[in-house]
Design a protein around this ligand. Structure first.
Ligand code: NAD
Ligand code: GLY
Length: 374
């Protein structure tokens, strides 16, 4: 593990992955502080990848902090949005690295939300077969989920996140101050992934979120700090046991099978990833109910929290002629599918989850009962 740069007032969560272990630093003012990057490789050059929204807010601040670590700090500003999470945008990162003759010691910094983080991580995994990279997440969703655990990649028109690699960052630096500029809709999208950790792993945390959802929506710093820390601890616990998703890690995809179908079916960027996951969790809760694993009260509680977090609970129609068929078609293009059979993360009792195949008729009924009518 790289040397630490832990300071008073800062939380630190460790991801234990042997020689790929690293720390998640959570606190205020971290991107402005050179010591946040202490102990990381100090190659001659660095490339900060961000997007057109985040650059005017935070790029100069990170550039300043990195000046003492690297002789040259390059920056690449990508177009914003999920719709740009594809090959052509990824190629811009390679163009920049090659134009500047960046070598194997060049450090990539992903400054932004999950889209920038996933693409930068994938670029780092591929460039010269692997260069060091650091995640500097600036959305709630990225701080509690996407920057942690080493899943990197891009979308394909036929399926979300279908092209990618497992590639761990050297450190994750969550500066809570960056959340102050996040649009409310994006804050809600991040809360979907926070809520997710309750039903799959920790009902005490779920209760805490129920009690603090208003404070979280109001961006109370202490509440956000706890939500980020507890989410990262749960994710770290799961990823440390199953880095490459041969089993347990799949539970982190609770709500995502329905959610990915919504994202792809509506067109990437139409529904935010977190919105689709929020609605998808309610659908997956209903599926668990239909399997007799949880009761109606549990599903109502989940739906109520998702709604309070400002997220949709009514699923969109993806096809006016054959809506169920369209959902099924999209859900078959899922990394959890095996031999064409869709597998869902279901709640196996509050606070526990598992992956299982579910009969098509039960899935169809959940889609019918969850969707807006035509
Ligand atoms: P995003 O990266 O699109 O960011 C959301 C929006 O907020 C963007 O418009 C962005 O420019 C803007 N933004 C970012 N930081 C800001 C700030 N501090 N102030 C103001 N605006 C800011 O979306 P996201 O929700 O962060 O991430 C979603 C992506 O993450 C999806 O592509 C999803 O597939 C991926 N994801 C990956 C993992 C993983 O394990 N790798 C896990 C969950 C989600
Ligand atoms: N967000 C799911 C995972 O990291 O496995």
């Amino acid at each position: 593990m790289n040397e630490t740069a832990i300071r008073p007032g800062m939380d630190c969560v460790e991801i234990a992955l042997g020689e790929r272990s690293y720390q998640i630093h959570i606190g205020s003012g971290l991107i402005d502080t050179a010591s946040s990057f202490h102990g990381l490789p100090a190659g001659r050059s660095a490339l900060i990848v961000c997007n057109e929204t985040v650059a005017p807010l935070y790029l100069h601040r990170l550039e300043n902090a990195l000046e003492v670590h690297h002789a040259v700090v390059h920056a690449l500003v990508l177009p914003d949005g999920e719709a740009h999470k594809h090959w052509a945008t990824l190629n811009l990162v390679f163009d920049k690295l090659l134009q500047h003759e960046c070598d194997r010691k060049t450090v990539l910094y992903a400054l932004g939300g999950g889209v920038v983080g996933d693409m930068t991580g994938f670029a780092a995994a591929c460039y010269m077969r692997g260069v060091p990279f650091v995640q500097v997440p600036t959305t709630l969703l990225a701080q509690v989920d996407s920057s942690v655990g080493g899943k990197t990649g891009i979308n394909h028109p036929l399926g979300k996140n279908m092209i990618g690699a497992f590639y761990q960052p050297l450190r994750v630096i969550c500066d809570l101050d960056t959340l102050s500029t996040l649009p409310s809709k994006e804050l809600s999208a991040g809360l979907a992934e926070v809520i997710k950790y309750g039903p799959i792993a920790d009902m005490a945390f779920f209760e805490w979120i129920e009690d603090h959802v208003d404070a979280l929506m109001a961006r109370d710093k202490a509440s956000l700090a706890f939500a980020v820390k507890r989410s990262c601890e749960i994710k770290a616990w799961v990823v440390s046991q199953d880095e490459r998703e041969s089993g347990l890690r799949a539970i982190l995809n609770f709500g995502h099978t329905f959610g990915h179908a919504i994202e792809a079916g509506m067109g990437y960027g139409s529904w935010l990833h977190g919105e689709a996951v929020g609605c998808g969790m309610v659908m997956a809760g209903r599926l668990s109910l239909s399997l007799g694993l949880v009761d109606q009260a549990f599903v109502d509680r989940l739906a109520s929290l998702v709604k309070k977090a400002g997220l949709p609970v009514v699923a969109p129609l993806l096809d006016t002629h054959d809506n169920v068929g369209r959902y099924m078609e999209l859900m078959r293009v899922d990394k959890k599918a095996e031999g064409g059979a869709i597998r869902f993360v279901v709640i196996d009792g509050p606070g526990r989850a598992r992956l299982q195949e579910v009969p098509d008729d039960l899935v169809a009924e959940v889609i019918r009962s969850s969707c807006a009518s035509a």
